[in-house]
Design a protein around this ligand. Structure first.
Ligand SMILES: [Zn+2]
Length: 477
């Protein structure tokens, strides 16, 4: 979809579909708008009704005309308010949006939020269907009045770019999105935006001593890859990078600790951490953020087979710590721990891993908020601030030392599960043994990466949160 900005005010009768955005402080009637627009605006004064869309006979032609009257102009409020307008707009082939009545800050927020909402509304994953049914909307033009809004549009388009990569990878079925496909796509997408890719195969993974990662990967015939993407945008090419690490289990059967059959198809989404990291990397490079960035993705399937890991097996991680694998379905932490050790070599200023890690996170936070944990409160606070800034909700859980008791093993340095209590926390505690060398935070997105049921599909989260965080880091220099 194409987006652009034009200076000046929208003349209502010049567009096939026109959306006017105003506020209670400045309703359309007050800013010299066309009387048809003012009349529509007058219908939007109640709390329940902030949007009115209509077909009007206007100066000799039939026109789709709508008014969205905002009560509040913060990001979350605008996001909620534009939902109905975006659904209406998706049915129009071409949309003109007037934000000239808003103040500069509100206009920028509306451009950013509405662009993302429109892109989400027209998003389809129908390449595997005989007949594709694309949405009608192909182009939106924002009329900015006096405001400079290009920067807001650039951020929104980069966010959409990253979210679409994330969603396309997430929605692709397990027989399409294999570890090889994930690696090839990561390379292609990274190179398309000026990044570099290094793909390491099963031999390289074993040579690196990633015995924990390999213990998960070895039972699959699809192979395993360690993906490393690099983007150097900082003025100083040697400046310490931010490292994003994403869990890339392209299908999770649970292994020998086999999962129940119900909704098992959704285990194709067990690579959404990887997808969000790759998407965010590409969005940041597309925005040319002045920051150095590395993405590390361990990817494989978790399958049962004659050579699969068995409950009770002890494996040796790249760091040298031994791990008793009590449940082969707690495999995400087994591949992540070696990727997190690998990340040390970059001498990172911060490492953030993103993973669909625990069902317990859905019990704790539902499908609304991602879980955040970490060993550095300043880093966690930055992520929470970004989460609020773009309403990509996240909530911190504690990493108290007491939880370490649950990971003690009689036969190894650690065991890979800590029982039912505090399952999201003990998963993060497990990872914390491998992240002592740098500031680290962990995002558990098991509840937020995809939706089930009628709206089944990847959400593109937490790309908005991560991109906002990287932008804030770039501003700090
Ligand atoms: Zn699992």
């Amino acid at each position: 979809m194409k987006f652009s900005i034009k200076a000046g005010k929208l003349q209502p009768n010049t567009a096939a579909a026109a959306l006017f955005v105003c506020t209670d402080a400045c309703p359309c009637g007050q800013n010299g708008a066309d009387e048809v627009v003012a009349a529509l605006c007058a219908q939007t004064a109640t709390d329940e009704q902030r949007f009115v869309g209509s077909q009007v006979w206007h100066n000799g032609s039939l026109q789709a005309l709508a008014v969205l009257r905002l009560q509040h102009t913060d990001y979350a409020a605008v996001q909620k308010a534009v939902a109905e307008a975006a659904a209406w707009a998706a049915k129009q082939p071409q949309l003109a949006v007037d934000v000239s009545a808003l103040d500069a800050a509100a206009a920028a927020t509306v451009v950013e939020v509405l662009t993302i909402a429109l892109a989400q509304a027209v998003y389809r994953f129908d390449g595997l269907k005989k007949e594709a049914k694309p949405a009608a909307l192909a182009e939106a033009v924002f009329y900015s009045g006096e405001h400079a809004l290009q920067a807001a549009l650039n951020v929104a388009e980069a966010t959409v770019y990253g979210m679409d990569i994330c969603k396309n990878l997430g929605n692709a079925p397990g027989n399409v999105c294999t570890p090889k496909y994930l690696a090839d796509t990561a390379r292609r997408e990274a190179e398309a935006v000026g990044g570099q890719a290094k793909i390491m195969d099963a031999d390289a993974i074993q040579k690196l001593g990633m015995g924990s990662f390999w213990s998960v990967a070895k039972a699959s015939s699809e192979g395993a890859y360690l993906i490393e993407l690099r983007y150097n945008g900082a003025a100083d090419a040697d400046a310490a990078p931010v490292v994003l690490v994403g869990k890339g289990i392209t299908f999770d059967t649970g292994g020998i600790s086999l999962k129940p059959g119900e909704a098992m198809d959704e285990m194709k989404y067990d690579m959404c951490g990887a997808a969000s990291v790759i998407g965010t990397f590409c969005a940041a490079a597309k925005l040319k953020l002045p920051i150095n960035l590395v993405a590390v993705v361990p990817t494989c399937e978790n399958m049962p087979a004659g050579n699969a890991s068995k409950p009770g097996d002890v494996v040796t991680s790249m760091k040298g710590l031994t791990i008793e694998v009590l449940n082969t379905d707690a495999e995400g932490r087994l591949i992540l721990c070696d990727a997190l050790t690998y990340a040390e070599q970059f001498k990172p200023r911060a490492v953030i891993d993103v993973a669909t890690l625990t069902g317990a996170c859905i019990i704790a936070l539902g499908h609304t908020a991602s879980g955040v944990l970490g060993n550095n409160q300043a880093l966690v606070d930055s992520l929470l601030a970004s989460s609020r800034a773009v309403n990509d909700k996240a909530w911190q859980l504690p990493l108290f030392d007491e939880y370490k008791e649950q990971l003690k093993s009689n036969f190894a340095d650690l065991q890979n599960i800590g029982g039912r209590p505090a399952g999201t926390i003990t998963a993060a505690v497990f990872l914390s043994y491998f992240t002592e060398a740098y500031p680290w935070a962990h995002l558990d997105i098991a509840g937020t990466a995809w939706k089930s049921g009628k709206d089944k599909g990847a959400t593109g989260r937490p790309v908005p949160l991560l991109l906002n965080y990287l932008r804030s880091q770039a501003q700090q220099g």
